[in-house]
Design a protein around this ligand. Structure first.
Ligand SMILES: *Cc1c(COP(=O)(O)O)cnc(C)c1O
Length: 383
């Protein structure tokens, strides 16, 4: 599928989407494969390896190869119709009665799914502050816990969990470790290299980066029976990505490295400036030495990500009013895109949220950092 030499850096390989070209025309951008079915050989075989469009699509496989390269995933990568479809496929590969440990602070829709749906199918779930490895160790039940789920840095406090430490605890108990690495991206953290068994991405967010695709991805450390079951679940549940979405995602990933570099530089600069702002009570950003996860983040990440949150000194009403007054920042949920987004997180998570009511979540884009700060500054100063 690809002739790109493996000694080229990931930045080079991603920029060229692994060098996929159209074999007939030599077009530098491969076509979008839309066929739902493939011709069987006269001798009754499928020598192309492609049988039917649900499990088999070349555009999807090309995008998966880019993700597998970025994560250095031996088992490869699998794309799904959304981040939720990717995450729930991992839980679906467990058996009724299996015990799961997941973080207290995590993506709210997945937390709700675990509490309200996974339990109906016989999975037992405990939530624990996974950034405290002693608490994690106390929560796993050797022999019964089959999966430890992490999200790091996690929404919306950007709590950082020590992946290598958690992997040791999970594996000692006979459990697998899965990491939702959405907020971090493979450019900044590689959970498989730290001992994780599966990495999950809401490719909707940083990987695609342009707020125009809903997609999810898993990358696997090894092609074992658990991974094969996840593969069967994707095909059986039909939670596949469409070829056009796979193409858009692959286009987005070509600029992943440059987007992330600019977004991280902007986030770091904003975190500094906002820390000194009189209307800001606290900045939550792993790059600040005052953040509880800073030391672990500095060790396991090559940057501090593109996300931060601020707690507004005037409280909940002031936070909502601040979000109402920005112009350059877009008042919307989601994250990781080239456009900067601001969100009063507690409003969308509902009454059971662990998110403080005075918190605004900032997804930092690639705009001019002075413009981004000036817009926030005028909005914050009006209270
Ligand atoms: C958005 C998100 C998800 C879910 O992804 P969807 O594509 O919206 O289904 C999961 N985890 C994290 C951290 C996310 O930000």
């Amino acid at each position: 599928m690809s002739s790109a030499p493996r000694h080229w850096s990931k930045k080079s390989l991603a920029a060229q989407a692994l060098g996929h070209v159209d074999p007939i025309t030599k077009a530098v951008v491969p076509p979008i494969h839309v066929a739902t079915t493939y011709i069987r050989d006269p001798d009754n075989q499928y020598s192309s390896g492609y049988v039917y469009g649900r499990p088999d699509n070349a555009t999807v496989r090309e995008a998966e190869a880019v993700i597998a390269m970025l994560e250095e995933a031996e088992a490869g990568a699998l794309l799904f119709s959304s981040g939720m479809a990717a995450a729930t496929a991992v839980f679906g590969a467990l058996d009724p009665g299996d015990h799961i440990v997941a973080p207290t602070v995590m993506y709210w829709a997945l937390r709700r799914w675990l509490t309200e749906e996974a339990t109906r199918w016989g999975l037992k779930v405990d939530f624990v502050a996974t950034d405290d490895l002693d608490a994690l160790k106390a929560a796993v039940r050797p022999g019964q816990t089959k999966l430890v789920w992490l999200e790091t840095p996690s929404n919306p406090l950007w709590t950082v969990t020590d992946i290598a430490g958690a992997a040791e605890i999970a594996h000692a108990a006979g459990a697998r470790l899965a990491v939702d690495s959405t907020a971090s991206s493979p450019v900044v953290t590689r959970p498989l290299s730290l001992g994780a068994d599966v990495v999950m991405h809401a490719a909707t967010k940083v990987l695609n980066g342009h707020s125009d695709v809903i997609a999810g991805a898993l990358a696997g450390a090894r092609a074992d029976e658990f991974w094969a079951r996840i593969q069967r679940i994707r095909s059986g549940n039909g939670a596949i990505l469409g070829p056009f979405e796979a193409y858009l995602l692959m286009r987005g990933m070509r600029t992943l490295h440059v987007r992330i570099a600019t977004q991280m530089a902007n986030a770091a600069e904003l975190a500094q400036r906002l820390s000194a702002h009189p209307a800001v009570a606290r900045v939550l950003y792993p790059g600040l030495a005052t953040h509880p996860g800073h030391a672990v983040a500095a060790r396991q990440m090559t940057g501090f990500g593109t996300m931060l949150s601020i707690r507004v000194a005037g409280g909940e009403a002031a936070a909502i009013a601040t979000a109402a007054r920005v112009a350059l920042w877009k008042r919307a949920t989601s994250l990781g895109g080239v456009e900067s987004l601001i969100e009063h997180r507690a409003s969308i998570e509902g009454p059971t949220t662990p998110c403080p009511p005075d918190l605004l979540r900032l997804s930092v884009g690639i705009e001019d950092v002075d413009d981004l700060f000036a817009d926030l500054d005028q909005a914050l100063r009006q209270d």
